[in-house]
Design a protein around this ligand. Structure first.
Ligand code: SF4
Length: 331
């Protein structure tokens, strides 16, 4: 079956631009121009099927959100491709991208920052409906807006209010309503509950899952809370320094994590009265800078099992068992 989303060798780099004078330095009597590049996403590959919840996990700064923003073309990829139903959308112009903008929506971590504080809620929801021609008239748009608000748990009589007049959980419901309004097939949820009170998080997660069951869209879920990921995902990818180091369905990954970094990540999950997810292993040192990626395996500076080969050759993802892949020379 053709995947809904296919990410092929996707890369994202940022040049740390400086003034000409600041970027010049002397080395061995020569004047050298230094161009520092942040390698945020490094040749990432995965697919998302229709109706599937695929999650990316990893420590902050590992490139999860940059990958998501590149897929949805908030950022132009510097390498690789993003295919939507087989069509390469990685370098389409803004005009060519319009039909895909409707099909791919994003729910942000901070609902307040992502909602225009000067627009009433009804305007926030109606605007994309009219822009994409989903509603032909304002009254049609208003009717649909009220239906969607009810569906996400906001009362229609609250539609005339501004975002600041709502609680954090209600604002996230409005962000979800805005994404839902244009009938998307694919939603990126970037840490959608991490800014909310713990008491509200479960309600928003349940809402997201109920909506998926009702509308059968696919999610790319970005999260650092592994218990949330375990609860909602079908499959997941573990990212370290902009690369996927392990990928598979959640039962394989949580039941039998094989990559040393996945074990480090999973062994940090606190468990109360339950067996730990994996035996505890610790990474040495700090995460290297994405400006100076280690040669060979990116985890080699910190991995307790690193060998000379690890420091020389970058391991590629290979199948450990059907549908379960990991990138490690030890496997
Ligand atoms: Fe550790 Fe080597 Fe595997 Fe990298 S390739 S995770 S350094 S054992």
């Amino acid at each position: 079956m053709e995947p809904l989303i296919e990410v092929k060798n996707l890369s994202q780099e940022f040049h740390l631009t400086k003034g000409l004078l600041q970027s010049l330095r002397f080395e061995k009597g020569k004047l050298i121009k230094e161009d520092k590049v942040v390698h945020a996403v490094n040749s990432v590959n995965f697919q998302i099927q229709k109706g599937e919840v695929f999650s990316l996990v990893g420590e902050s700064g590992c490139g999860k959100s940059t990958t998501a923003r590149t897929i949805i073309r908030l950022l132009e990829p510097t390498g690789g491709q993003v295919l939507y139903k087989g069509k390469d959308i990685s370098h389409l112009s803004a005009k060519e991208l319009l039909p895909y903008r409707k099909s791919m929506q994003m729910i942000f971590q901070d609902p307040y920052a992502s909602l225009n504080p000067r627009q009433r809620v009804e305007e926030i929801i109606m605007e994309p409906l009219l822009f994409h021609g989903i509603a032909k008239t304002r009254s049609e748009a208003r009717e649909r807006c009220m239906d969607i608000l009810k569906r996400v748990g906001i009362r229609p009589e609250q539609a005339g209010r501004y975002p600041h007049q709502f609680s954090g959980g209600q604002r996230q419901r409005i962000g979800i309503a805005r994404a839902l309004a244009v009938n998307p097939e694919f939603i990126i949820a970037d840490e959608p509950v991490s800014a909310l009170d713990v008491s509200i998080q479960a309600q928003i997660l349940n809402l997201l899952m109920d909506l998926k069951d009702e509308f059968n869209f696919s999610y790319l879920f970005i999260a650092h809370d592994l218990s949330v990921v375990r609860h909602i995902s079908d499959r997941l990818g573990v990212m370290y320094l902009g690369s996927i180091v392990e990928l598979g369905d959640k039962h394989a990954l949580f039941g039998n994590p094989v990559h040393p970094y996945t074990k480090v990540l999973f062994s940090a999950v606190p468990t109360v009265g339950e067996k730990p997810l994996v035996e505890s292993i610790e990474a040495q040192g700090e995460i290297p800078s994405p400006v100076n990626l280690p040669k060979g395996c990116y985890f080699s500076d910190r991995c307790p099992y690193a060998t000379e080969k690890c420091r020389r050759e970058k391991p590629v993802l290979k199948e450990i068992e059907p549908g379960h892949l990991a990138a490690c020379h030890m496997l």
